[in-house]
Design a protein around this ligand. Structure first.
Ligand code: IVH
Length: 694
């Protein structure tokens, strides 16, 4: 038996760990594509550290434990940090009491007696993004650099300049040099929107696109993007938390005051900060922020405590490149690995079919998770997620937990087939058995059952009753919920059979409200064909298409039996819409619902509105409305556009002619800009209407 240490079990384990850690670090730092969660990296790292501590002869100079992590990448100019960018020690005990050890260490280093007063600390959030050094000279931003290995980083000035929150000039400062350090991060809503957009691009066949694992990863990718135009489309944010090189500026005497001063210079500083006293203050801060963590608009992985007084910070100094006066105190990780047991398909309220991962329960981001979304079929296939795999699950904030990837190294020999949604469901909705469909360019499969499908019932009834559909007064959210949950109605036609006695038996339902609903239902029976068609909730048939169909066919029976070819004759009805209409009326239960509604007394004047002769200056033009307009409601703006012969669509595409944007316009405005579509404000729309749409 060999006794040589390099072939012993610990030696082999150390070699394996080093190899794995190098591979993970490469994926993380160079490719921006981590395969395992940070928690797993930390676990491997700590195992190696422990092994090397127990067997010092195994320690090698090139071990990942001997290196300040981080790396300088090719393609960006190098920046030497005048003052190195350090990291801080991490307290891994995620309980609030983890703060006690830090306070005890600080007091010991400062040789404080038990009777001495508590130490004052500045407590802040630990933002989960990437550290950036902003160099201002005479108040002007001259350079932005990543941390790199701490000594040398990358010059990413061009990309950082795209962040609106980073001032290009400081308010009232002409310090010769002021280096501000902080974290670049991506808000969760921006991250969700970005991934939504990526999924959409992928559904449309974009080959080189991918989704991002988490906001930090997306932020890192954006900061290191070589094309600033792409960086600009990935909205980033920034929080300042410290200083680098400074000359010609009086640094405030405490950290709390420093942050106040940075905020006065126009830099974003988080409001979630406090100056607290002693260990008790730290524990309370950790607990308070922990309770708020899910509600924050961005990810944090912990909090940071810093000795507030700069003079005390100086006395405490550094140990091996980490300040003794600061510590990071973590919260439970938001990403973990677990095993995928099965993939179920969930039917959403709009009929969307979502693959859901059934997991071996795992503690993530503070709760136990056993279900996580896989988003859609493409995403599941692209990530090659299979039953039996070890997957990475992310749960952050109020966002639904999601599977972000597979750990391929851990794939067992007997793993499931590649995911195939149609095959799995045999083409049928798991709730109602109706045919499922997936339109071209659509990321999702859907149930075609519409109002027949129990999963979609509440939504279908609310839509049916809505103002622009059948306009049933007195039938709101709560009531629909009550009607369905109590079993009073199961199908739309049953609405019209409701009597006063049954209604008043419902909780919180007085005779007056019951009578109001019955009157509202009675009034709704007199309608138009267009409203009725819209109310049915046929996929891809919005208000405008419903009006076009009513105008073209004039009578319901002609539409019910129209072939796809005949449907295509309707202006602006393309193959997808025609197919949706055909599929809908091909389902016998949908025909039944239509007949029952007619039998319940719903009626309209046929061939109405076929002879509208008013001028149509917007004919053939498609508009998209987004954001809040100053005076018109969305309905009013839509009515104006339609009265002029235009169409209003819900999403921006190459076929959109104008986007009308108001306050807080979001991704639609972005998309319009990307596609070079003219954007109008309300005044612009009014002008265009006046000018006759040219
Ligand atoms: S202070 C000398 N404060 O955490 C102290 N860092 O290892 C330098 N971070 O990569 C860091 N939030 O990017 C500090 N409020 C905060 C922070 C923070 C996040 C990051 C920082 C660095 C790591 C510390």
């Amino acid at each position: 038996m060999s006794t040589r240490s390099d072939s012993s079990a610990p030696a082999r384990r150390a070699a394996t760990l080093r190899e794995q850690l190098r591979e993970h670090a490469h994926r993380y730092y160079v490719l921006d594509e981590p395969q395992v969660p940070d928690a797993e990296y930390d676990r491997l790292f700590q195992e190696l550290q422990a092994l090397e501590a127990a067997h010092p002869d195994l320690l090698t100079a090139d071990s990942p434990t001997q290196r300040v992590i981080g790396q300088v990448l090719d393609g960006f100019a190098e920046v030497h940090h005048t003052v190195p960018m350090l990291s801080i020690r991490t307290e891994t005990d995620t309980e609030p009491t983890g703060a006690l050890a830090f306070d005890a260490r600080v007091r010991k280093e400062l040789a404080l007696a038990e009777t001495d007063p508590p130490v004052r600390y500045a407590a802040e959030l630990k933002f989960d993004g990437l550290a950036i050094n902003l160099r201002y000279e005479h108040g002007v931003l001259v350079q932005a650099a990543t941390r790199g290995n701490g000594e040398t980083g990358e010059d990413v000035t061009q990309n950082i300049r795209t962040i609106g929150q980073v001032p290009l000039r400081l308010a009232q400062s002409d310090a010769a040099v002021l280096e501000v350090r902080g974290e670049v991060y991506m808000r969760r809503d921006a991250f969700e929107a970005l991934n939504e957009r990526q999924r959409d691009l992928i559904a449309h066949g974009a080959r080189n696109e991918k989704t991002f694992v988490n906001p930090r990863n997306a932020a890192a990718g954006a900061v290191r993007q070589h094309d600033p135009a792409i960086a600009r489309k990935r909205p980033l944010s920034f929080f300042a938390y410290g200083l680098g090189d400074v000359s010609g500026w009086d640094i405030p005497p405490t950290h709390g005051e420093l942050l106040d001063a940075l905020a006065r210079l126009g830099l974003p500083v988080s409001q979630e900060r406090a100056v607290v006293e002693g260990a008790e203050g730290l524990v309370a801060f950790h607990r308070r922020i922990g309770e708020q963590r899910d509600a924050l608009p961005f990810d944090i992985d912990g909090v940071v405590y810093k000795v507030d007084d700069r003079a005390l910070q100086k006395r405490l100094g550094f140990v091996s490149r980490e300040p003794r006066w600061a510590v990071a105190h973590k919260y439970p990780a938001q990403e973990q690995m677990t095993e995928l047991r099965a993939i179920d398909i969930q039917v959403g309220r709009t009929g969307k079919l979502t693959p859901v991962a059934k997991l071996v329960p795992v503690f993530v981001g503070g709760t136990t998770v056993s279900n996580a979304t896989l988003h859609n079929e493409d995403e599941t296939r692209r990530k090659d997620v299979r039953v039996g795999d070890t997957v990475v699950v992310r749960r952050a904030g109020d966002v639904i937990p999601e599977v972000v990837g597979v750990v391929l190294d851990r794939r067992p020999a007997h793993v499931g087939e590649p995911f195939d949604l149609y095959k799995k469901l045999d083409g049928k909705c798991p709730v109602c058995g109706s045919a499922i469909q997936r339109d071209e360019g659509e990321a999702n499969w859907r149930c075609s059952g519409g109002l027949f499908c129990a999963a979609q019932r509440k939504h279908a009834i609310l839509h049916f009753a809505s103002r622009r559909a059948m306009d049933v007064e007195g039938l709101g959210d709560k009531l629909v919920e009550q009607l369905i949950d109590s079993g009073l109605i199961r199908t739309l036609p049953e609405l019209y059979k409701l009597g006063i006695a049954k209604l008043t038996a419902l909780e919180r339902m007085g005779e007056k409200s019951a009578q109001n609903l019955i009157d509202g239902l009675a009034r709704s029976k007199q309608t138009t064909l267009a409203r009725f068609l819209f109310a049915l909730g046929i996929r891809n048939v919005g208000e405008t298409t419903a009006k076009d169909l009513a105008r073209h066919f004039g009578a319901l029976d002609r539409l019910l039996d129209a072939t796809v070819e005949q449907l295509l004759e309707v202006p602006d009805v393309g193959p997808i819409v025609a197919e949706s209409i055909r599929t809908f009326f091909d389902q016998p239960h949908n025909r039944e619902v239509v007949e029952q509604l007619r039998a319940a007394g719903i009626h309209w004047v046929e061939n109405e509105g076929t002879a509208d002769t008013s001028p149509k200056p917007f004919a053939g033009k498609t508009f998209v409305l987004t954001g809040t307009l100053p005076t018109w409601t969305r309905d009013e703006a839509q009515a104006e556009i339609e009265a002029a012969g235009g169409k209003v669509s819900g999403s921006v595409s190459k076929k959109t002619h104008y986007v009308v944007a108001g306050e807080e316009a979001g991704s639609k405005l972005q998309k319009a800009t990307d596609l070079g579509i003219p954007v109008l404000d309300e005044a612009g729309l009014r002008d265009l209407l006046k000018a006759g749409g040219r």
